[in-house]
Design a protein around this ligand. Structure first.
Ligand SMILES: [Ca+2]
Length: 318
């Protein structure tokens, strides 16, 4: 797979590259940085083959290429921390009988037929449609399953994770911290397929709330940066779980797009430490904010102000 192309040089994305570079220095390395180093060593590439739709194959949503790869590459030689164990079969405790009650009170049952690869037709683009992170204003109100279907049944958190006593969802999460938090709650991180299905439903909606981009979620924020500080830094524009009641999926799951970016496990990359994760849904910037796209450029330790946590769990008996 070729590396994504980023010809757009608008203010937002150019500035985002600064954040991306900073994040490499403090919390991990990007797939791009590692690929550069490996290419120099032997022409290798870490750009993992990713099954899925063309949407899912467009890997970068919110993190354009770093413009300081030399700095990033210098960190690659450092020893990697050991791969944290993955919990892949954690069963949620049932509360009562009945379909929805198969999941704890803070989770929702997601059950139905999932399509592995979906095709959407955009009728009106907001950006150059050739860009991998282009936003679509209006889709044809139907989707085509061009992959295979499989039955799914699992529990997913109704909201992004908010720590007890806090008003805002957790930030500075990562795939690694999400794994730990979910495990401590007797849950686990969602797989990308689970996350997709919980977001789009059996209709295979591009947006959790429908077929047209609407201002229902915490997204498309214009003033992203705190310019009062010497070092350019993202503002913390998190919203509480109750702030966008219409930002809801067909299964009733809130804020799947926008607000916090959400780490999930890419099933096909399960053993590809430290690149097992994808970030889903985008956050409060002008990203794609759809169900299928993923950001896969960051390693499992990447954490920043816009990364949160959401957990899944198996239903009892599954
Ligand atoms: Ca979210």
């Amino acid at each position: 797979m070729a590396s994504p192309s980023f010809r757009f040089a608008g203010n937002v994305y150019r500035a985002e590259a600064v954040r991306d570079t900073a994040s490499v220095g403090k919390s991990g390395m990007t797939r791009r940085a590692l690929a550069v180093v490996l290419a120099g060593l032997g022409g290798l590439s870490l750009c993992a083959a990713r099954p899925g739709s063309s949407e899912a194959s467009a890997t970068r949503e919110d993190a354009p290429p770093s413009q300081s790869l030399a700095h990033a590459a210098s960190r690659v030689a450092a020893p990697e921390p050991p791969a944290p164990p993955l919990d892949t079969a954690v069963t949620a405790p049932a509360q009562a009988s009945g379909a929805q009650a198969a999941c704890p009170a803070d989770m929702l049952l997601v059950e139905g037929s999932y399509c592995t690869e979906v095709r959407h037709v955009c009728k009106k683009w907001l950006d150059d449609e050739k860009l991998s992170y282009a936003r679509c204003a209006v889709y044809e109100p139907r989707a085509t399953c061009v992959g295979s279907r499989r039955a799914m049944r699992f529990c997913v958190d109704r909201h992004e994770y908010t720590a007890p006593g806090d008003e805002l969802p957790k930030n500075y999460g990562s795939f690694v911290t999400a794994t730990k938090i979910c495990k401590n709650l007797a849950k686990r991180v969602c797989t990308e397929s689970e996350w997709n299905f919980a977001c789009e439903g059996e209709e295979m909606r591009p947006y959790p709330y429908g077929w047209s981009r609407e201002p229902k979620c915490n997204q498309d924020q214009a003033e992203l940066y705190d310019r009062s500080r010497k070092k350019l830094a993202l503002k913390d524009l998190r919203a509480p779980a109750s702030a966008h009641p219409e930002c809801v999926s067909p299964f009733g799951v809130h804020d799947m797009v926008g607000n916090m970016d959400e780490p999930v496990l890419r099933e096909a990359a399960r053993y590809d430490y430290p690149f097992r994760n994808a970030l889903k849904g985008g956050w409060w910037m002008s990203g794609r904010n759809r169900c299928r796209p993923s950001t896969t450029a960051h390693d499992d330790h990447y954490q920043d102000v816009q990364v949160g946590v959401r957990c899944c769990a198996d239903t009892p008996g599954d």
